[in-house]
Design a protein around this ligand. Structure first.
Ligand code: NAD
Length: 342
């Protein structure tokens, strides 16, 4: 079995590539990545050590993609994943996330390849997600239990990022309609773990851990600057495990959309994440408050994992403490990665 992972030198793509290399002994794994993301070159080195070849191609270069060898399965992890880039650089988001998907679909059509697409919880309507806030007191950090399933409202706006993900999902369904190739769409919430070169607007968990370790500043941004916004966090190892299960069961379970995340047990506010980072690092750092909220930001997101659990008997194994610990140890062990968080 030949597998191509696009965005394969990114955080999620590189972790999936190495995981599958170890678990699918007979598979040949390749990646496609133009190395634009900071840290992606270090991930490429990891791939090379695991005998995984990267094609340095821009996802918008359809001609070069169509010239690649035939793959049985493409796992599409290529995107500009930062929500805030939606406003500052819409061309990048639109081209990479939507034209890129189209090019991958053309490649799937040419070779009859199956597709696993990494979509996002950000396909859901910002207005509807904000309504959950009604039950949410930002100063008192009230724990709410509402979870988001696959039927949650997707009315726009959801950010250009969310739009390109939803449009990609629709394109996949349109193009794969009535064909023999199979697809799966996974809408992930916040994913975290080692080899994630996180920044304030994308990948906040490693940023939080690293800044505590390095004794650098952080800010609580938005919703009054209290740090009470809540997300559920899935460890990248749990993500890899479910992708593995999906590949193994692809003949039986196909052409479906799933929400996948850490779930209620692994949901946490920024403020509580700070406490965990203080504990593991032994450092208390200055965290400033920026009360103004980006119109793309949401106060709360917790995944309803009921559907994915039902289909695959899967649930996340690693809790937030474990995720923080794994990231901390990764930072301690790898001198080269610390500079990305300064
Ligand atoms: N990290 C999360 O919390 C999260 C949550 C939900 C969904 N996702 C989705 O998962 C996928 C992977 O996310 P990630 O966190 O690993 O992001 P990432 O930025 O670490 O990885 C994306 C990779 O794509 C590459 N890339 C970007 N533009 C490219 C282009 N034009 N041509 C070729 N390569 C290009 C980058 O160099 C990078 O290595 C994305 O589709 C993202 O939308 C991520």
């Amino acid at each position: 079995m030949k597998i191509l992972i696009t965005g394969g030198c990114g955080f999620i793509g590189s972790n999936i590539a190495i995981f599958l290399k170890k678990r699918l002994k007979k598979a040949n794994i390749f990646t496609l990545d133009n190395l634009i993301r900071k840290g992606s070159k270090l991930n490429k080195d990891r791939l090379m050590k695991n005998s995984i070849r990267n094609y340095k191609i821009d996802i918008i270069n359809q001609k070069k993609i169509l010239q690649l060898k035939k793959f049985d399965l493409i796992i599409d992890c290529c995107a500009e994943p930062a929500i805030e880039v939606s406003r500052k650089n819409p061309d990048i988001v639109f081209n990479t996330n939507l034209i890129g998907t189209y090019n991958i679909l053309k490649k799937c059509l040419k070779d009859n390849s199956d597709l696993i697409f990494l979509s996002s919880s950000r396909v859901y309507s910002i207005a509807n997600l904000k309504k959950i806030k009604k039950n949410f007191n930002f100063k008192k950090r009230i724990n709410i239990k509402e979870k988001i399933n696959e039927n949650f409202e997707t009315t726009l706006p959801s950010s250009l990022y969310g739009f390109t993900k939803l449009a990609s999902e629709k394109l996949i369904k349109e193009i794969f309609f009535n064909r023999k190739m199979k697809f799966l769409i996974n809408r992930f919430g916040v994913v975290a773990g080692p080899w994630q070169f996180g920044k304030q607007d994308q990948g906040f968990v490693p940023l939080w851990v690293a800044r505590h370790l390095l004794k650098k500043k952080l800010s609580y941004i938005g919703f009054g600057g209290h740090g009470n916004q809540v997300r559920d966090i899935i460890h990248v190892d749990d993500l890899c495990e479910i992708i593995f299960k999906q590949i193994k069961n692809f003949n039986k379970i196909k052409n479906i959309t799933f929400n996948i995340g850490g779930g209620e047990k692994n949901s946490i506010s920024l403020k509580d994440l700070t406490l965990k980072c203080r504990k593991i690092s032994g450092n208390k750092i200055k965290i400033s408050r920026v009360s103004k909220t980006s119109e793309y930001d949401i106060p709360y997101y917790v995944t309803d994992n009921k559907k994915i659990k039902k289909y695959y008997d899967w649930q996340p194994k690693k809790n937030v403490d474990q995720t923080v610990k794994d990231i901390y140890q990764w930072l301690i062990k790898n001198k080269k990665v610390k500079k990305f968080f300064k």
